[in-house]
Design a protein around this ligand. Sequence first.
Ligand SMILES: Cc1ncc(COP(=O)(O)O)c(C=O)c1O
Length: 468
Amino acid sequence: MIEYKSPEISKRARAVIDRDQRIMFGAHTRTSEIPLVVDHAQGAKVTDIDGKTYLDFGAGFAVVGTGHCPPDVISAVEKQIRKLIHISGSDFYYTPQIELAEKLIKITPGDYAKRVYFGSSGAEAVEASLKIARCFTRRPRMISFLGAFHGRTFAGMTMSGSKKVQRAHFSGLIPEVYHVPYPYCYRCVFDKKYPDCITHEYNGVPLLHCVSYLIDVILERLIAPDDVSLIMVEPIQGEGGYIVPPKEFLPALRTFSDDHGIILIFDEIQSGLGRTGKWFACDHIGVAPDITLTAKAIASGFPMSATIGKAALMDPGVDRRAWVPGSHGSTFGGNPVISAAAIATLKLLEEQYIENARDIGSFLKGELNAMMDRHEIIGEVRGLGLMLGMELVKNKETKEFFPSQVTKEGKNIKEVITGECFKRGLIIYGAGISSLRMSPPLMITKDDASAAVKILDEVISGIEEQMK
Ligand SMILES: Cc1ncc(COP(=O)(O)O)c(C=O)c1O
């Protein structure tokens, strides 16, 4: 039970919170700093039940890329809802699901024949990709990265390496998953400096020290590459702290996977669908995986995920090693109404918002960089498009972490900042151990970006004043 002590909560809001807390499960990640009871939302603005409006720089965890309640998506849904709501796309045929799959095949990376599987959540796409790779290769071992987040089902949780609470007391994880360091250069676990950490190549591709640790140590001493079915990686780590790896990272994983018949899976559930200013984060590097996972922003808030992979991996008619009819499926996956919402969503992204994410993203990043120069507690600004993160440090020189609890009440620095921003009308989230993430709807304006920066600047100045 979270205790909301703020005197600013209205009676109406408190009544809703109390009612919720009496019956909802207790594993939510809500914080006492943000007692937001939402009434409605439009574009980048969220209105609470007392009529106060907030600028939304979280977008429901990077879901409403097209903004809240986009009219084009609403009309597509209204039209479809009158024709067909559900029939089961795994057993019957209907065009919205096909049209959406055709579009996803066009926009996902990889110049090869593809197949698409629809689920209802990101974790389901993760699950599906594991089954595809395990079935095709018949190999038991899997590689994932420290800091990764791939969801909260058993497979998602097993593949994740973000926070211990996500795995604590849930033993019996899927066996044979090995986590290796991600190129989190700001806090390199090997204490190396990029690009000096590149000392040699693998088959003509430069190796970062952490990738060399994977290839030259883990896959040399501990695991035979021929036992590895898959490498799963976020091209930009989301929950881990909005960490952008150096450009040498994905090409090395691609080359090594190709050489050893390992299936390379890019989890673009958070970074994909225009958020970084291109359809997918890996498009910035020009490296394609064997399987792309997408979810979150795909249908403007309606629950859907898509697993898009090589036809050979997903269709036994193309390669007999692929999974066979009955190996996998989902009751709701590819639902006609959600498919219609997704088609309209992708159209908006393509015609307007990806470009806006690029433009406003680079403006916002410039502003955040300028802000970093003014503040002692901002150690790094990073990200692409409108997937921007900020590392918070107690001391810029030493990169010292804030203590896990900075207030008497046991709050950490992320909670303090996001809570203070909330009081001033800005919704943002924390990420990683000590970072803030900005993932607004991709349709925000320059004025929205400036307004968010102004609030954040004031909040951080206030905190620095108190630290003196
Ligand atoms: C990169 C990534 N993968 C997987 C997931 C899991 O998605 P879902 O919560 O829809 O299951 C998330 C959710 O935050 C994510 O960011």
